[in-house]
Design a protein around this ligand. Structure first.
Ligand code: Q46
Ligand code: ZN
Ligand code: ZN
Length: 314
């Protein structure tokens, strides 16, 4: 297998693009494509202030590296969720993010959930969900709240995450299986700001397969956390990713087509907001000041209020 550009030995073969590249050309190709997608989908420009949410995994660190090398104003945000378990997941990822940023002299913010809210994410989840489920729904709510708040307070106008095509296709697959209307309406690689307090969210890697971002991280020697969060083991997302990989093995490009066809259908009006919801006005949460769709306290503050209650009635 030879590189299409220079005929040297190829190290990456992308069957869906019928494209093989050597190390040197692959390390050029991924940033070029990232730039192309940032422009094509009007994500941001060099005038914007981008906050990159970094978990310590390959996708978010690779994204941060590429944005930084491409000259964007891109600072990092690491949220310490307090997820430990056998692999000391949070502790390890925190160290990796700090080393990554310091080696490159990048600016970053760390928010420690336990320090700020007196409970780690698994502890908040254990109280509010009463051990009935994995902490992922609580974790998502906490992360969204913190990311938006940090971006807003520090004057960033773009929030970027490292979600790749495998993440997006698996989420779409799950949402489609249950026809989760609300999620299908909102699922988009670019979510414009609909209120001054809501930061625009973008996913510049949404067209890259997971193996493509992993290949970039390995070839450019980025040190990242190999272990996944312990709560992701046995999750539906991982199951859906496995099913989609089987499909992809028989039909190269199937995952990409699945997601791009969804975006095209949305553009043509499928899953559009019903007219009565288009003008939905966001209110301001009286506790945290963040925008919310409900007329009173936002979902995050209601959850934290439960945490603070001394007794929880069963
Ligand atoms: S939601 Fe769930 Fe992830 Fe949070 S608890 Fe771990 S697996 S980190 S993307
Ligand atoms: Zn080459
Ligand atoms: Zn609130």
């Amino acid at each position: 297998m030879r590189c299409r550009k220079c005929s040297q030995k190829a190290v990456v073969n992308m069957r869906q693009h019928k494209l093989s590249l050597c190390k040197e050309h692959y390390l050029e190709w991924l940033p070029e494509q990232t730039e192309r997608f940032i422009q094509k989908y009007n994500m941001f420009t060099h005038k914007d202030k981008v906050l990159v949410a970094v978990s310590g995994g390959k996708d978010s660190l690779t994204l941060w590296e590429i944005l930084w090398k491409s000259g964007y104003v891109a600072d990092g945000l690491y949220i310490n969720l307090g997820i430990d378990g056998q692999t000391k997941y949070s502790e390890m990822s925190r160290q990796i993010v700090l080393d990554f940023a310091r080696e490159r002299a990048l600016r970053f913010t760390v928010v420690d959930v336990e320090e700020e809210f007196r409970e780690t994410v698994p502890q908040i989840a254990a109280r509010t969900l009463r051990g009935k489920a994995k902490p992922c729904s609580v974790c998502g709510l906490v992360k969204r709240h913190i990311m938006n708040r940090v971006a807003r307070d520090a004057g960033y106008n773009i929030l970027a995450t490292g979600h790749n095509l495998d993440d997006e296709a698996a989420a779409l697959f799950g949402n489609t299986l249950s026809w989760a209307k609300g999620y299908l309406i909102r699922q988009n690689p670019v979510l414009e700001s609909i209120h001054p307090g809501v930061i625009k969210k973008v996913k510049p890697f949404f067209r890259f397969y997971e193996r493509e971002t992993a290949a970039y991280a390995v070839l450019s020697r980025i040190t990242y956390v190999y272990d996944e969060c312990p709560y992701s083991i046995g999750s539906k997302t991982i199951y859906y990713k496995g099913l989609l990989n089987q499909l992809e093995a028989d039909r190269p490009g199937a995952k990409l087509h699945f997601f791009l066809a969804f975006l095209k259908a949305k553009k043509e009006g499928l899953f559009a907001q019903p007219p009565e919801k288009c003008g939905l006005e966001l209110k301001t949460c009286p506790v945290c000041g963040q925008p919310t769709t409900v007329p009173d306290t936002c979902a995050f503050c209601r959850m934290m209020d439960k945490v603070k209650s001394p007794t929880v009635k069963g």
